[in-house]
Write a protein that binds this ligand. Structure first.
Ligand SMILES: Cc1cc2nc3c(=O)[nH]c(=O)nc-3n(C[C@H](O)[C@H](O)[C@H](O)COP(=O)(O)O)c2cc1C
Length: 300
């Protein structure tokens, strides 16, 4: 049986990775999962300098999911290079580093400092507010997305995965903009902007007022977007949004994803990623599938 997949020339032993921000750099999960059984570990977003994140409360429960407004708290790329990457190289897994920034220069700075690091792939989170252009996220305007993709691609040594925001009218327009800018792969979806009000406190449930909704509640939207993007561009796709079981992961692969990321489900069951890897193998055996690529995008 062959479960390996190729993302822009980087071979993952299986299609399963974790969604950025839900798994740290894996350190907290080693009691539950052998990181070497994952196709890749995707790290929490890292910026050129430390970010404090948003005021608390920053998370809330929603029906079949959660809402977060962490605000991309991170220790900055210097600490990340010294502490997180050396830890991850101890495992037989690919390393995908998620990158965030408030300006094109921020992104380029991080990407340049990761150039000679052991990172295999860089995932560029374009859901960050573009401070110079009025705070609209880079990923919500096709021209801004094209520009940032081009600048990051020019600066990067590793292949770049542009992580698309679902908070747009037409996801295929954004996918095409990233492809035109030189992206090597795409990942989707990031969280969907939501709001929750605590009616007894008469206050927003998270201090930021709005937050990103994730978990099973968003899965059908994510599957639809992966399907649309797979039809619109030629790039490999890492699909995510509410994956909690092997069956969910296979749904994304059948929609056209090459690999999948597991996010919010890690908070409910920290061993879920290993279970999904095994569940995909079991499904392939039961269905007589020799190579995972046989089912990729198999729905028409
Ligand atoms: C607590 C939390 C933190 C997140 N942090 C990041 C981040 O740093 N960078 C990023 O690109 N996405 C981040 N995300 C989005 C996830 O990577 C993922 O795209 C989204 O949650 C959908 O997948 P899921 O439903 O499986 O969680 C975060 C999500 C959560 C819930």
């Amino acid at each position: 049986m062959n479960t390996s997949v190729d993302i822009a020339g980087v071979v993952m032993k299986n299609p399963v990775t974790v969604a950025s921000g839900t798994f740290g750099s894996g350190m907290e999960f080693t009691d539950f999962v052998d990181l070497s059984c994952l196709g890749a570990v995707t790290t929490k977003g890292v910026a050129n300098v430390p970010w404090a994140g948003n005021p608390t409360p920053r998370i809330a429960e929603t029906p079949s999911g959660m809402m977060n407004a962490i605000g991309l708290q991170n220790p900055g790329v210097d600490t990340f290079l010294k502490r997180d990457l050396p830890f991850l190289t101890k495992f037989d897994t690919r390393i995908i580093v998620n990158v965030c920034g408030r300006s094109a220069e921020d992104y380029v700075d991080v990407v340049e400092r990761l150039a000679d690091s052991p990172a295999d792939l860089l995932e560029i989170n374009v859901s960050c507010p573009n401070v110079k252009e009025g705070g609209i996220a880079f990923g919500q305007n096709p021209d801004a997305l094209y520009d940032i993709t081009k600048k990051v691609k020019n600066a990067a040594k590793q292949p770049i995965i542009m992580k698309l925001s679902p908070n747009v009218t037409d996801i295929t327009e954004m996918a095409r903009a990233a492809e035109a800018g030189g992206a090597d792969a795409l990942s989707l979806i990031n969280t969907i902007t939501g709001m929750k009000i605590d009616i007894y406190k008469r206050r927003f449930a998270v201090a930021n007022k709005t937050g990103g909704v994730s978990g099973p509640a968003i899965r059908p939207i994510a599957v639809r977007m992966v399907y649309q993007v797979a039809k619109a561009v030629k790039l490999p796709i890492i699909g995510m949004g509410g994956i909690a079981t092997a069956e969910d992961a296979i749904e994304f692969i059948m929609a056209g994803a090459t690999a999948v990321s597991v996010g919010t489900a890690n908070f409910r069951n920290p061993a879920v990623t290993a279970e999904i890897v095994k569940g995909i193998e079991d499904f392939m055996t039961a269905q007589g599938i020799e190579d995972i690529s046989e089912i990729r995008g198999c729905v028409e």
